[in-house]
Design a protein around this ligand. Structure first.
Ligand code: HEM
Length: 504
């Protein structure tokens, strides 16, 4: 009779490794292990999908890479090696073709959002996984992001741009971390438009506390999600910094969501005398009714996440590239000068400027603010097919902007910042280029804030580049600006040192 593993461990000291029962048990265990491994290889529905061996066995290597901020680049390298379909986990596949984007995100797709979105905070339009539930939520908030609503808040956006100009005018001819100022600006816009007042960073000319809390909130949410079962135990450990870290996410919702919401109601009432988007959120959709107060707080708070670092990182990388490519800066300034604009222009006057448009498109292509896999979960019955590959039930499939936007057949010399590609392409090719852009997501779950982000980017860039020239302000800037990602893009050095000079 062979020894079981437990018996073996229990009797470890008594058993000689030359004893026949020991040898038999080792051989039997090896055969069992081999049998089950072989079975799982034979039955593995993704066995024909190419990819590194470690991806077949474990998802932990990717979690590790994710934590180090190299997920998008690593998956991109795998696509370069294996092609447009790559296995990246035991039940996870990454795709890069246009057909895959259509199958995954296009109309009539069968996928819901992948479970990882639950780690991005409480239930809101961004984090809801289920398709039906999301559709019902979107019906009740779509009016907030409609073109007329966005146009109505233009004065609030322009007011923050004016303040940014003022603050930066005082800091010319010296090395300046523009990333910090773009973060403060984007946050103040979200505050002004969705919370009834800005967070005061531009008024006080200093980063508000919420900006520091924002940096901590995602790691805390991730722990809450990954280790939900043991979180109460961790909270019981009397270690103040750890307790603070574990509580920061829920405190964030209470402090910046609930409190600000209550302040807003006290100041403006529910029928709203202020032209902002919170008034519209509270009023609700004419056809589908309002959200309840908790739902509003969750939406508002998640908009801080959705609308701050995405927009500010796009500004940061655009100004970095303009500093590195003075020829594009000059072309843009020539276009702005010719348009004869006010100091902070109206959106309609800059909306269609071609060079401005091309510079923003190229920045979003080359430095996508959301470069990482947009994960989708295959239906629990029957799975689904993506670009001819069967994804089993509950399998995960995704495309990532970092790769679709670096396809050399669509964007020749993809590692070069070249706004000219958007100016010289034929109409047909321009359509293909736009189809490969994934930075806003696609289809039903695409970014609702895109029109507002464009307004911020165009009015802000026209005002700043009209007034200042930008130069590189630090010898280590290329190192600082190396792209890393934690779903959103993050420059490795978390700063961007440039030098601004008044043009006239
Ligand atoms: C450069 C700026 C921005 C980029 C690149 C960006 C990108 C994205 C991406 C990739 C998604 C999710 C797609 C997915 O998971 O499939 C998303 C969703 C969303 N974004 Fe943005 N975003 C930006 C700015 C904003 C702003 C300024 C707001 C609002 C203030 C906003 C509000 C939202 C909302 C509400 C969703 C959820 C949409 C839904 O599923 O119903 N975003 N965005």
């Amino acid at each position: 009779m062979s020894l079981s593993l437990l018996d073996y461990l229990y009797n470890l000291e008594k058993v000689s490794i030359r004893h026949p029962s020991f040898i038999v048990s080792v051989i039997a265990s090896a055969l069992v292990l081999f049998f089950f491994s072989w079975q799982s290889i034979i039955r593995d529905p993704l066995k024909d999908v190419p990819g590194p061996m470690k991806a077949r066995w474990s998802r932990f290597w990717l979690i590790w890479i994710d934590m180090s901020g190299r997920r998008s680049k690593t998956i991109h390298e795998l696509h370069q090696k294996y092609g447009s379909v790559v296995r990246i986990g035991p039940r996870e596949v990454s795709f890069s073709s246009r057909q895959a984007m259509k199958d995954l995100y296009g109309s009539g797709n069968k996928f819901m959002k992948g479970p990882v979105y639950e780690a991005f905070g409480r239930q809101s339009s961004f984090t809801i996984l289920d398709k039906t539930e999301h559709r019902s939520r979107q019906k009740r908030i779509a009016h907030v992001f409609a073109p007329a609503s966005i146009a109505a808040v233009e004065p609030l956006v322009k007011e923050q741009v004016q303040k940014l100009l003022h603050v930066l005018s005082k800091r010319t001819n010296q090395p300046l971390d523009v990333m910090e100022w773009f973060r403060i600006f984007a946050l103040d816009v979200v505050g002004s438009v969705f919370f009834g007042q800005s967070f005061g960073g531009l008024d006080n000319e200093a980063p508000p506390k919420i900006l520091y809390d924002l940096d901590e909130v995602f790691p805390s949410l991730l722990i809450e999600w990954q280790f939900a079962a043991i979180r109460p135990l961790l909270l019981a450990i009397p270690h103040k910094p750890m307790q603070h870290f574990l509580r920061i996410a829920s405190e964030f919702y209470d402090k910046y969501g609930t409190e600000k919401f209550n302040e807003y109601i006290a100041r403006h009432g529910r029928s709203g005398d202020r032209i902002d988007l919170l008034t519209k959120l509270i009023a609700g959709s004419k056809d589908y009714g309002p959200l309840d107060d908790n739902e509003i707080v969750n939406e508002m708070t998640n908009l801080i996440f959705a609308g701050t670092d995405t927009t500010s990182n796009t500004f940061t990388y655009m100004f970095y590239e303009l500093a590195k490519h003075p020829q594009w800066q000059k072309q843009l300034q020539a276009e702005l000068d010719e348009a004869v604009l006010e100091e902070v222009p109206e959106y309609k006057h800059v909306m269609k400027l071609r060079v401005l448009d091309a510079v923003i498109h190229e920045t979003l292509r080359f430095h996508p603010a959301a470069p990482a896999s947009l994960q989708r979960l295959a239906p629990s019955e029957g799975g689904a097919v993506v670009d001819g590959i069967a994804i089993p039930q509950n399998g995960i499939a995704s495309c990532q902007a970092y790769t679709t936007q670096r396809d050399p057949t669509v964007y020749p010399n993809p590692e070069q910042f070249d706004p000219g590609r958007w100016l010289s392409a034929s109409e047909d090719h321009l359509n293909v280029m736009h189809e490969h852009i994934l930075v806003w997501g696609k289809g039903q779950r695409a970014c609702l804030g895109k029109p507002m982000a464009y307004m911020e980017l165009k009015v802000g860039t026209a005002a700043l580049i009209g007034k200042f020239s930008v130069e590189i302000g630090s010898a280590t800037i290329d190192d600082d600006m190396e792209m890393t990602d934690h779903f959103a893009l993050v420059p490795k050095g978390k700063r961007c040192i440039l030098r601004l000079k008044e043009r006239r």
